[in-house]
Ligand binder design. Structure first.
Ligand code: FES
Length: 103
């Protein structure tokens, strides 16, 4: 799905609603600067903490600060901590004024 490029500072994140393959999703979009964004499910697969508030990027991982689950930003696999389930990561394609988010 396509959205207008949000105005974000480097390191800032925002929650968006997106229709991915016919399913309504809440997704956190994190801006890394330049043309780089990371998009992932807004709720932690462990016990559902809101990752817009409690998710932080540490090196190559999203860390949920509720119980310190770590997820790889490449494929969402849990690498450390409480969650045994992966975090869904979305592909972000960057256009001039828009982003395309794919499941
Ligand atoms: S809810 Fe995220 S680690 Fe427990």
């Amino acid at each position: 799905m396509q959205i207008k490029k949000p105005q974000l500072k480097i390191g800032e994140k925002t929650k968006i609603k997106a229709n991915i393959n016919g399913e309504e999703k809440e997704i956190v979009l994190l801006y890394l600067g330049g043309d780089k964004y990371i998009a992932f499910d807004a709720y932690c697969p462990h016990l559902g903490c809101d990752l817009e508030k409690y998710g932080v990027l540490i090196r190559e991982e999203i860390v949920c600060q509720c119980h310190f689950s770590h997820f790889s930003i490449k494929d969402g696999k849990p690498t450390k901590g409480a969650s045994k389930k992966p975090l869904k990561i979305y592909q972000v394609k960057v256009g001039k004024n828009e982003l395309i988010i794919e499941g």
